[in-house]
Design a protein around this ligand. Structure first.
Ligand code: 5GP
Ligand code: ZN
Length: 141
Protein backbone atom coordinates (compact mmCIF):
# COMPACT_ATOMS: atom_id res chain seq x y z
CA UNK A 1 0.00 0.00 0.00
CA UNK A 2 1.28 3.44 -0.89
CA UNK A 3 2.32 5.64 2.03
CA UNK A 4 2.65 2.70 4.41
CA UNK A 5 6.12 2.56 5.98
CA UNK A 6 5.91 -1.15 6.69
CA UNK A 7 4.91 -1.92 3.08
CA UNK A 8 7.95 0.15 2.08
CA UNK A 9 10.12 -1.90 4.42
CA UNK A 10 8.81 -5.16 2.92
CA UNK A 11 9.55 -3.83 -0.58
CA UNK A 12 13.06 -2.74 0.43
CA UNK A 13 12.30 0.95 -0.22
CA UNK A 14 13.16 1.71 3.43
CA UNK A 15 16.06 -0.16 5.05
CA UNK A 16 15.40 -2.49 7.97
CA UNK A 17 17.29 -4.93 10.18
CA UNK A 18 15.62 -8.06 8.83
CA UNK A 19 15.63 -11.20 10.92
CA UNK A 20 13.22 -13.42 8.95
CA UNK A 21 11.34 -13.43 5.66
CA UNK A 22 9.26 -15.86 3.64
CA UNK A 23 6.41 -15.51 1.14
CA UNK A 24 3.87 -14.52 3.81
CA UNK A 25 5.64 -12.65 6.61
CA UNK A 26 8.54 -10.33 7.32
CA UNK A 27 10.24 -9.83 10.70
CA UNK A 28 12.67 -7.06 11.60
CA UNK A 29 14.02 -5.19 14.61
CA UNK A 30 11.81 -2.42 15.98
CA UNK A 31 13.78 0.85 15.90
CA UNK A 32 12.54 1.63 19.43
CA UNK A 33 14.26 -1.47 20.97
CA UNK A 34 12.11 -1.25 24.11
CA UNK A 35 14.29 -4.13 25.22
CA UNK A 36 17.30 -5.64 23.44
CA UNK A 37 16.06 -7.63 20.43
CA UNK A 38 12.55 -6.09 20.29
CA UNK A 39 11.17 -7.39 16.99
CA UNK A 40 8.13 -6.81 14.79
CA UNK A 41 6.47 -9.56 12.77
CA UNK A 42 4.22 -8.37 9.96
CA UNK A 43 2.11 -9.97 7.25
CA UNK A 44 3.27 -9.09 3.72
CA UNK A 45 -0.33 -8.49 2.75
CA UNK A 46 -1.25 -5.01 3.95
CA UNK A 47 -3.96 -4.76 6.61
CA UNK A 48 -4.64 -1.81 8.94
CA UNK A 49 -4.40 -3.97 12.05
CA UNK A 50 -5.40 -7.32 13.55
CA UNK A 51 -9.09 -6.39 13.37
CA UNK A 52 -8.80 -6.21 9.59
CA UNK A 53 -7.00 -9.52 9.00
CA UNK A 54 -8.72 -12.28 7.09
CA UNK A 55 -8.49 -15.69 8.75
CA UNK A 56 -5.88 -17.03 6.35
CA UNK A 57 -3.52 -14.09 6.81
CA UNK A 58 -3.97 -14.24 10.60
CA UNK A 59 -3.17 -17.91 10.57
CA UNK A 60 -0.10 -17.48 8.34
CA UNK A 61 1.14 -14.68 10.60
CA UNK A 62 0.67 -16.40 13.95
CA UNK A 63 1.93 -19.73 12.64
CA UNK A 64 5.39 -18.18 12.37
CA UNK A 65 5.37 -16.34 15.69
CA UNK A 66 6.58 -19.18 17.98
CA UNK A 67 9.76 -19.96 16.02
CA UNK A 68 10.67 -16.30 15.58
CA UNK A 69 9.85 -15.50 19.23
CA UNK A 70 11.96 -18.40 20.45
CA UNK A 71 14.94 -17.08 18.49
CA UNK A 72 14.41 -13.55 19.85
CA UNK A 73 14.21 -14.92 23.40
CA UNK A 74 17.26 -17.14 22.97
CA UNK A 75 19.52 -14.55 21.32
CA UNK A 76 20.30 -12.66 24.52
CA UNK A 77 19.10 -15.31 27.00
CA UNK A 78 15.89 -13.49 27.98
CA UNK A 79 13.88 -15.01 30.82
CA UNK A 80 10.55 -14.47 29.02
CA UNK A 81 8.95 -12.54 26.18
CA UNK A 82 5.83 -10.42 25.75
CA UNK A 83 4.00 -11.02 22.48
CA UNK A 84 1.49 -8.29 21.84
CA UNK A 85 -0.35 -6.29 19.28
CA UNK A 86 -1.88 -2.79 19.38
CA UNK A 87 -5.06 -1.96 17.50
CA UNK A 88 -6.10 1.66 16.88
CA UNK A 89 -4.75 4.84 18.41
CA UNK A 90 -6.45 4.41 21.81
CA UNK A 91 -4.60 1.10 22.13
CA UNK A 92 -1.21 2.68 21.26
CA UNK A 93 -1.13 1.76 17.56
CA UNK A 94 1.06 4.28 15.73
CA UNK A 95 1.83 2.42 12.49
CA UNK A 96 -1.25 1.27 10.63
CA UNK A 97 0.06 -1.91 9.07
CA UNK A 98 -0.72 -4.90 11.29
CA UNK A 99 2.25 -5.98 13.40
CA UNK A 100 3.04 -8.26 16.33
CA UNK A 101 5.58 -7.04 18.89
CA UNK A 102 8.04 -9.55 20.32
CA UNK A 103 9.57 -7.96 23.43
CA UNK A 104 12.12 -10.11 25.26
CA UNK A 105 12.15 -9.60 29.04
CA UNK A 106 15.33 -9.52 31.07
CA UNK A 107 14.13 -8.01 34.34
CA UNK A 108 10.97 -6.71 36.03
CA UNK A 109 12.51 -3.26 35.96
CA UNK A 110 13.32 -3.11 32.25
CA UNK A 111 11.79 -0.49 29.94
CA UNK A 112 8.68 -2.41 28.94
CA UNK A 113 6.66 -1.09 31.92
CA UNK A 114 3.43 -2.97 31.25
CA UNK A 115 0.93 -2.95 34.11
CA UNK A 116 -2.77 -3.69 34.35
CA UNK A 117 -5.24 -3.53 37.17
CA UNK A 118 -7.16 -6.48 38.60
CA UNK A 119 -10.84 -5.44 38.71
CA UNK A 120 -12.16 -8.80 39.83
CA UNK A 121 -13.78 -7.26 42.93
CA UNK A 122 -15.78 -4.66 40.95
CA UNK A 123 -18.54 -6.69 39.25
CA UNK A 124 -21.20 -9.24 40.16
CA UNK A 125 -21.22 -12.80 38.84
CA UNK A 126 -24.37 -11.90 36.90
CA UNK A 127 -22.65 -8.94 35.23
CA UNK A 128 -19.65 -11.14 34.46
CA UNK A 129 -21.81 -13.72 32.66
CA UNK A 130 -23.75 -10.96 30.88
CA UNK A 131 -20.48 -9.64 29.46
CA UNK A 132 -19.55 -13.08 28.16
CA UNK A 133 -22.95 -13.56 26.51
CA UNK A 134 -22.85 -10.10 24.90
CA UNK A 135 -19.44 -10.68 23.33
CA UNK A 136 -20.21 -14.25 22.37
CA UNK A 137 -23.33 -13.20 20.44
CA UNK A 138 -21.21 -10.93 18.23
CA UNK A 139 -18.81 -13.63 17.01
CA UNK A 140 -19.74 -14.88 13.54
CA UNK A 141 -19.80 -18.67 13.21
P1 5GP B 1 2.76 0.44 17.45
O1 5GP B 1 2.87 1.60 18.41
O2 5GP B 1 1.99 0.84 16.20
O3 5GP B 1 2.22 -0.81 18.07
O4 5GP B 1 4.22 0.08 17.03
C1 5GP B 1 4.89 0.66 15.96
C2 5GP B 1 6.34 0.38 16.17
O5 5GP B 1 7.02 0.61 14.95
C3 5GP B 1 7.02 1.25 17.22
O6 5GP B 1 7.48 0.42 18.27
C4 5GP B 1 8.15 1.95 16.47
O7 5GP B 1 9.35 1.99 17.22
C5 5GP B 1 8.31 1.10 15.23
N1 5GP B 1 8.72 1.83 14.03
C6 5GP B 1 8.17 2.95 13.54
N2 5GP B 1 8.77 3.30 12.38
C7 5GP B 1 9.73 2.37 12.15
C8 5GP B 1 10.69 2.19 11.10
O8 5GP B 1 10.79 2.95 10.14
N3 5GP B 1 11.51 1.10 11.21
C9 5GP B 1 11.42 0.22 12.24
N4 5GP B 1 12.27 -0.81 12.24
N5 5GP B 1 10.54 0.37 13.25
C10 5GP B 1 9.70 1.43 13.20
ZN1 ZN C 1 1.34 -1.68 4.69
Amino acid sequence: MEDCIFCKIINGDIPSAKIYEDDKVYAFLDLGQVTKGHTLVIPKKHARNMLDLDEETASELYKRVPKIANAVKEAYAADGINILNNNEEIASQTVFHCHVHLIPRYSKNDDFGFKWKDNSNTYSQEEFLKRAAKISALIPS
